[in-house]
Design a protein around this ligand. Structure first.
Ligand code: AN7
Length: 344
């Protein structure tokens, strides 16, 4: 029986001996071949689909580690700032551990499926009149001054747990891919993947880190005071692990780029056209790959490429209503149906 990422890969992770495993059987996510899109862009393409984790995003890998460490210390209350997915994940794992979870989110800027998740799992949700970055400073301060434990990816155990995605990819492919494309927000995930691939010694991919144009502090080289993008998950102006992300990209001989919201939506549509519905931020990695594929010196041609899709499309259904075709409506009459079917 599968018992979650800590049981499976715990011996690779730097976790204290007192750790008490709190799991929802996260991880073990599929590496899905994308033959049609792969043929179109000219590489052997796979999606690591993290949307099928228990709370619908990759955050569960790091959260099982952070909450398990906290449980072993007898922690009673955890806190995080979040653009939504961390909040839902912290809420679920805290619930599982019998802890109190407090989550700070930027007011009005969190996708409905994430806010609903955090509330459903019983977290205390506090909206902050400011960005994710402002909320993160607040939770850092309160965890320095009180016994409340921080479960953002500044917490080193989050990084340990998230390395397991790199291990899984290597185990499935038999080696690391040539390229790994993924969205970059607070930069914990890219930091974890790089650490994971280096440690596992099955080869090292080149990393393509992708930010949204309106929230691309690492691409532009300075913090963004008012980040803005439809990909609210990565609406982050001052990434906590920005330095490490830049180092990872450089060491891997990879690349960092920014893509427009339009390009993100287009990438989301294309992934869905081959059967994968992911949330907008999750499509950013593929949007980056598409942008690269337009270049004459496209470095991924003929290579094995893994695109990390970090969260499920169900997290952000409102985007579909706003940006995709809406269903037509007909009277309940056979003739009307025939008309609609024959003239779509
Ligand atoms: C779907 O939940 O920061 O670069 O507070 O939800 O590791 O931050 C989410 C980030 C990519 C970026 N894709 O990962 C949060 C939060 C999705 C995400 C990212 C996030 P990092």
């Amino acid at each position: 029986m599968y018992r979650g990422v800590l049981e499976r890969y715990g011996h690779w992770l730097d976790l204290p001996a007192y750790t008490q495993v709190v799991t929802l059987l996260e991880g073990n996510t599929p590496l899905i071949p994308m033959p049609r899109l792969g043929r179109e862009v000219g590489c052997e393409l796979f999606v690591k689909f993290e949307g099928v984790n228990p709370t619908g995003s990759f955050k569960d890998r790091g959260m099982t580690a952070a909450i398990s460490e906290a449980a072993g210390r007898g922690v009673q209350t955890v806190i995080c700032a979040s653009t939504g997915n961390t909040a839902a994940s912290a809420a679920a794992y805290a619930a599982r551990a019998g802890m109190r979870a407090i989550v700070l989110i930027p007011e009005g800027k969190v996708a409905v499926g994430k806010l609903a998740g955090a509330l459903a799992y019983g977290a205390e949700v506090i909206q902050v009149q400011g960005s994710f970055d402002a909320a993160l400073s607040l939770v850092v301060e309160i965890t320095q001054k009180t016994p409340i434990t921080l479960v953002n990816s500044i917490n080193p155990y989050r990084i340990e747990g998230q390395k397991t995605a790199a291990f899984e990819i290597c185990d499935t492919l038999g080696r690391a891919p040539d390229w790994l494309c993924l969205p970059v927000g607070n930069a914990g995930n890219i930091t974890s993947y790089w650490a994971g691939f280096r440690q596992y010694q099955k080869g090292q991919p080149r990393l393509l880190g992708v930010q949204a144009e309106g929230a691309a502090p690492l691409v532009y080289g300075h913090p963004i005071e008012h980040p803005e993008t439809i990909a609210t998950a990565i609406r982050i102006g001052k990434p906590a692990r920005g330095e490490q992300a830049l180092a990872a990209i450089q060491e891997s001989q990879g690349k960092l780029l920014a893509v427009s919201d339009e390009a993100i939506l287009q990438a989301q549509r294309l992934l869905a056209s081959e059967g994968l519905w992911v949330e907008p931020a999750s499509a950013a990695g593929f949007a980056g790959l598409l942008a690269e594929s337009q270049r004459p010196d496209f470095p991924m041609r003929g290579k094995t490429v893994v695109v990390v899709c970090t969260g499920h499309g169900l997290k952000d259904p409102a985007i579909i209503a706003e940006h995709f075709a809406s269903p037509r409506c007909i009277p309940a009459e056979y003739d009307a149906l025939v008309e609609a079917v024959l003239r779509p």
